[in-house]
Design a protein around this ligand. Structure first.
Ligand SMILES: Cc1ncc(COP(=O)(O)O)c(C=O)c1O
Length: 355
């Protein structure tokens, strides 16, 4: 006999990318930033490790919300902080959908959308992206309570134009979540749509462009009435003291973030060219990773395994549409050169099972 609710018992749960305990891997599997956080952020965190940690943090992370609003040109009342954007995704599902309600998301995309739907016992409406990763017309599902779009998308790295997103927001029932975890690596984003659409919830995170995946800080930007309602659903103290001060310092230091983004975009172009020359198909990437589809007769799974034997971790998804692909996080130039060297060797010697 199980003590769990039936729908919890049945679900698998989200499986995050591997986080090896030892540091001997070249880690190109979970889209972390290869460059360190801003020195100002590190100093701020160090200076905040003091006796004040016995006190609870500000429940609504006011200083961080004020700074985010100032830098992004909105009002603090339109910003909500979360323990990573995953926390905000969970708050959104709990705020707007109940058992049986339709929750829409594209496939293949961030699999947590499906997990959160299952947790809420909602009805998942998983709509396939077209071959070239645009959204089909049937993405607009009548009566849906929540629709998710990761934009740019993971694991494809591709992007839907803000114009198209705006068109969808006008047609969609319920709220439309634009998950912009990777937007800083692109030239375009949907921030300006928040003012025009009262159903858009825009999510950003410090985990990728700001090199702070270990801190767990994300934020949501939306019209005030949506933020007010979601505040009722969040945990009382969902962001800790160190997260709040780190966020203020990180958002203040746009220069360091932008410098790292420039380097990552350069390495992204470099890796794309190198892989294309080897024969891979590369989906256009607007993120800090690329999705590489293997050439005919080459096994992506074997490549993944052989790279892992050589202490290089990339991401392999053994699921429909992705089982012939590798998702590779953009590392430092040295890490990417090491990856290219090893891939060339493996393809040349036709290592076990690869060809
Ligand atoms: C599309 C997308 N959204 C959200 C997240 C989660 O980000 P956070 O670290 O802020 O929880 C990720 C993490 O990989 C992601 O790929």
């Amino acid at each position: 006999m199980s003590y769990f609710k039936e729908h919890i018992e049945k679900m698998t749960g989200y499986v995050p990318g591997e986080q090896p305990k030892d540091g001997i891997y070249t880690k190109l599997n979970t889209n972390e930033n290869p460059y360190p956080p801003s020195q100002k952020v590190l100093d701020t965190i160090r200076n905040s490790i003091n006796e004040n940690l016995r006190l609870y943090p500000d429940p609504i992370a006011t200083t961080a919300r004020v700074k985010i609003a100032e830098v992004l040109g909105t009002k603090p009342e339109c910003v909500m902080a979360g323990n990573g954007s995953d926390d905000l995704l969970s708050i959104i599902v709990r705020s707007f959908a109940g058992p049986g309600d339709k929750i829409v998301f594209p496939y293949p995309s961030y699999m947590l959308y499906n997990t959160l739907t299952e947790l809420q016992n909602g009805t998942p409406c998983m709509i396939d992206f077209t071959e070239d990763y645009t959204l089909p017309e049937d993405f607009v599902v009548k009566g849906a309570k929540v629709s998710f779009i990761a934009n740019p998308n993971s694991p494809s790295g591709t992007m839907i134009s803000p114009r198209e997103i705006s068109r969808l927001a006008s047609k969609i029932d319920g709220v439309l979540v634009i998950d912009e975890a990777y937007a800083d690596f692109s030239d375009e984003n949907c921030l300006s749509l928040v003012e025009r659409h009262d159903n858009i919830l825009l999510l950003r995170t410090l985990s990728k462009s700001y090199s702070l995946a270990g801190i767990r800080f994300g934020f949501c930007i939306a019209q005030e009435s949506l933020i007010q309602g979601m505040m009722k659903v969040k945990d009382s103290y969902n962001v800790d003291r160190l997260g709040i001060v780190a966020a203020v310092a990180a958002i203040e230091d746009q220069k360091t973030m932008a410098e790292h983004v420039v380097k990552i975009r350069k390495t992204r172009e470099y890796l794309t060219k190198a892989l294309q020359e080897m024969g891979f198909f590369i989906y256009p990437s607007y993120t800090n990773f690329i999705l590489a589809r293997c050439m005919e007769g080459v096994s992506a799974q074997s490549l993944y395994e052989e790279l892992k034997n050589r202490k290089i971790l990339v991401r392999y998804f053994n699921i429909r549409r992705l089982d012939d692909c590798l998702r590779i996080t953009i590392g430092t130039q040295e890490e990417i050169d090491l990856l290219i060297k090893n891939l060339k060797e493996l393809l040349l010697i036709g290592a076990k099972g690869i060809k």
